[in-house]
Design a protein around this ligand. Structure first.
Ligand SMILES: Nc1nc2c(c(=O)[nH]1)N[C@H]1C(S)=C(S)[C@@H](COP(=O)(O)O)O[C@H]1N2
Ligand SMILES: [Mo]
Length: 279
């Protein structure tokens, strides 16, 4: 039985070593798989630990590391992204490129899960929460608002930046004005396909250059980049720019979204390098 506890302790130490090395790795899936295997092996030894307190303690230690598997993904994402071509740092203009960022050659595609098979007729954006009128907007409802084009840089927390993206769409502020913002509203959660979301202060969401966009560089927004409709929040890291938007929910408090729940910063200002909570 002492042997079982020692075996578990050894497996957990190995898992922790791999976990610590994770930020340097570029492949997320193998790290996760390796950790999941070690942790399930550790769990297999639990029954052989006779002492109740020790067994409970070890079970807790394993459970915490299982819960941490998502955080491994976060840490790994902060390393250089494998699909991204990075231009030499020497060409980076410090006035355009925030600290720790590098220019990319192409336009990387980054999202959790799979892109939906949607076209413009499939667009439905629910505006809900602390609004005077809950709305379900179709593409035509959105396109009937004032159409805006603007050019902004996109900074992903995984360290790539793509300059001079021209986005065409409507201001979120105009969409929210149609629904009527209740005075108690201070924050929003914006959701997108399939179960993605992010939290934003209402003031950030209502800036003049925050759009629901359907075109990029003068062409219909490609599906992999969030087409038919995505949020664009140019002054914050890219994870705030929800692709395949489904819902804007206004709240009187901050409720964390997908990445924020996994340790990303609530605000995410690239110029202050707010990658993780506490940065
Ligand atoms: N629905 C959804 N939107 C998302 C994401 C996601 O995983 N799901 N990833 C975000 C992240 S981390 C970034 S950097 C940008 C990337 O946009 P791009 O794929 O058009 O470059 O989309 C954001 N929007
Ligand atoms: Mo990102």
């Amino acid at each position: 039985m002492a042997e079982a506890a020692a075996t578990i302790a050894r497996l957990l130490r190995r898992a922790d070593d791999i976990r610590k090395a994770a930020p340097a790795r570029t492949e997320v899936a193998p790290v996760r798989e390796q950790l999941a295997r070690l942790l399930s092996e550790a769990r297999d030894h639990l029954d052989a630990v006779v002492d109740d307190d020790l067994r409970l303690e070890l079970a807790g230690a394993i459970a915490r590391r299982v819960a941490d598997l998502d955080a491994v993904e976060v840490a790994t994402l902060l390393g250089p992204s494998p699909e991204v071509a990075v231009a030499p740092t020497a060409t980076d203009d410090p006035d355009r490129v925030p600290p720790g960022q590098h220019l990319t050659a192409g336009f990387p595609v980054l999202h959790v899960g799979r892109a939906p098979d949607w076209d413009r007729p499939d667009v439905r954006v629910v505006v809900t929460g602390l609004v005077t009128a809950r709305l379900v907007l179709r593409f035509a409802d959105l396109a009937a608002l004032e159409v805006v084009s603007l050019t902004r840089d996109l900074h992903c927390v995984t360290t790539w930046s793509r300059l001079d993206n021209t986005w065409t769409g409507v201001r979120v502020a105009d969409v929210l004005a149609r629904a009527g913002v209740r005075p108690e509203a201070t924050h929003a959660v914006v959701s997108g396909y399939p179960a993605y979301s992010t939290n934003l202060a209402l003031a950030d969401l209502c800036r003049d250059d925050v759009l629901l966009a359907w075109a990029h560089d003068g062409r219909p927004l490609a599906r992999e980049h969030g087409g038919p409709l995505r949020l664009v929040v140019p002054h914050l890291y890219g994870w705030k720019s929800v692709k395949w938007v489904t819902e804007l929910r206004l709240l009187d408090r901050e409720v964390r979204g997908y990445w924020e729940e996994r340790g990303y910063h609530d605000l995410g200002d690239p110029w202050r390098e707010q990658r993780f909570r506490g940065d």
